[in-house]
Design a protein around this ligand. Structure first.
Ligand SMILES: [Zn+2]
Ligand SMILES: [Zn+2]
Ligand SMILES: [Zn+2]
Length: 289
């Protein structure tokens, strides 16, 4: 299967269930690409990046299951990227899935996920279910390539903070079949250590967040990108020799502060000087085949 953007929305999704803003109301009436569930990337039927709170809906809409999942990469511990209560459903699978899914993430994210595993395990039920039998938390060091399910994966540092800790989130470089893909979600402008690591590293594709879209960020957010910041990131990647104007770039993690429709946004991107496509839920990506 091709890598698939299961969800392309920011933390609240579009439409946000509590919201009556014009973007959310328009999404409710138009549907289609204006609907954005919370972000996950299905790399293969055994490899997932982030565990969206919308995975149940996504599995229905996309007609897939995660029965073969064996590797889960987490970018960070925000609720739109890891939904621990939903992870419990793997304990109910029939026939039973005994082999644990390897959960790869930063040490800080592993610690936070572990806390919730313990909370749900210990919260007083006589039939408490053991997450640790079905998920194996595997902290990864930054910058060190590792191998999982045929992918060579290198975590790099994003500019985005998880809950309660100063540690920054992870972005990932995935390599397979001679192609190298950068997954840049969630992040603001990269810290110098990440730019230094990327310097001169050719990329065959980029998936990049564009949380705020055409929303005018003042001041510049260290946590997320808008369209202008995203283009700054692409300029810098080009300056470092990582991409060319023809390198395919896909945008995800849009929030409802972005006012343009999908079509209007794509028309803007068609004139930006790079090969950028606005992602949409269930968009298949031309990598690793
Ligand atoms: Zn997010
Ligand atoms: Zn809204
Ligand atoms: Zn986040």
């Amino acid at each position: 299967m091709k890598p698939t953007l299961l969800g392309t929305g920011g933390s609240e999704g579009i439409p946000c269930i509590f919201c009556t803003c014009s973007v959310c109301e328009r999404a409710r009436s138009l549907g289609g690409h204006e609907i954005r569930s919370r972000s996950s990337l299905l790399l293969n039927d055994d490899t997932l990046v982030d565990f969206s709170p919308d995975l149940f809906y996504q599995s229905l809409q996309g007609k897939f299951n995660l029965n073969r999942l064996s590797a889960l990469f987490l970018t960070h511990f925000h609720e739109d990227h890891v939904n621990v209560p939903e992870m419990e459903s793997r304990l109910s699978a029939l026939p039973a899935l005994h082999s644990p899914v390897a959960v790869y993430c930063s040490p800080e994210t592993a610690h936070q996920v572990q806390s919730l595993f313990k909370f749900y395990f210990n919260y007083g039920r006589p039939d408490a279910r053991d997450y640790f039998e079905r998920y194996k938390l595997t902290p990864l060091p930054l910058w060190q390539p590792m191998h999982a399910n045929g992918f060579c994966v290198t975590p790099i540092q994003s500019s985005h903070h998880g809950y309660g800790v100063a540690a920054l989130g992870y972005n990932y470089i995935f390599e397979k079949n001679g192609q190298r893909l950068l997954y840049a979600v969630d992040t603001g402008w990269y810290p110098d250590v990440s730019w230094d690591f990327l310097d001169g590293l050719p990329l065959d594709g980029v998936i990049m967040e564009c949380t705020y879209g055409d929303y005018n960020l003042q001041p510049y957010s260290p946590e997320h990108l808008n369209l202008s910041n995203m283009l700054d990131m692409l300029h810098h990647l080009q300056d470092l020799g990582c991409i060319t104007p023809k390198t395919p770039v896909f945008l995800t993690h849009l929030c409802h502060l972005h006012s343009m429709t999908h079509e209007e946004t794509q028309e803007f991107l068609n004139r930006c000087g790079y090969s950028v496509q606005l992602g949409y839920d269930f968009m298949e990506l031309p990598f690793f085949t």
